[in-house]
Design a protein around this ligand. Sequence first.
Ligand code: SF4
Length: 374
Amino acid sequence: MRISLGTAIKLGLEGGGLSFSPMTAYLLIGEGCNYGCKYCDVSHGRLARITWPSFRDDLVLDALNGSDFERVCLQVTGTGMEEALEILEMVNLPRSVCARITDLEQVKLSFKRGADTIGLALDGVTPKISDEIGRGGFEETLNLLKEAAKIFPGRIWTHLIIGLGETERDAVELMQELHAAGVGIALFAFTPVEGTEMENVERPSMNAYRRMQIARYLTENDLQKEFSFNSRDELINFKDVEREAFLTSGCESCDRGYYDSNPGDPYNFPDIVNDEDYKKAIGQARTWRGSNVYKAGKLIRIFVEYGDYIKDVRITGDFFVHPEESLEGLESSLIGLPVDKNALEDKIREFMKTAQVFGFDERSLTDAIMGAVV
Ligand code: SF4
């Protein structure tokens, strides 16, 4: 059977080192898949960033049953359910089944065979996205999740992929709905896999992902119920969170080591979030990016990165500034200012006294910048 490289290394079936000790072993069950999700290449034995080497079943099962893993997760392809049900009975650790189960009877059967949690992935966070990415069946899966969570409280999880074109509002509202129904949430960052139709789609911004981790944490721990959003439907009000907010979310002990993340800058931290990582993650969550095109005497284009203060700003357009390089000086002088109309206007007014400008004045440039931070 196929197992994740990290699992194989920890079991001693493969050489190599690990940057942390995984708590969950991941098995990939089933050859091929009869679904056509555009972001997935599981039919060729590839899932997210993970390599899945293959070993004899008895070797894997013996090693697993004598290991100190805290959980085994069977990642089941569209054709692997029968095999997964057999394997469930051969493992003596807590077992999760992550499969495209389509009816309650299969849920019940999986629990009967020994699963202690079940993951039914929604992946896309709206019906439209679900259809666009080739997964489909959003409403049916959501209904099944809710129905199953009612019967098996605390044992039903779903996977949500951030970065498939949803807004932050879409994701937060779905997380609230899932939590209210008793469905646990495992967040993933979209990972483009080479050879799939979505191989060239960009990954989600770390800023957006951090906010979704925070929203999930606050929602699942009943710490915040009301959220608000800016004009781009990005989350703008959230309470302070503990560092656990940035750990991999999902069934107990699920760490999915670097499943969707580069170890240097992970979306989900598999084990520890140190002080530096925590500070950085909070800073990422509290950074938004906006842009604006504003017609003054000439056209002004603004790109701005901001939180409580301006973190970066780029001003371009068909206006005229002399000396040309003084524009860079203006951009630098705006960094660190509060996101406040008066503070910006004062600083731009100072600049206007030192340069020749044709095409904007302090008021129009201030309005252009403020238009990018709404
Ligand atoms: S949350 Fe983790 S352990 Fe649970 S089903 Fe998903 S991948 Fe498996």
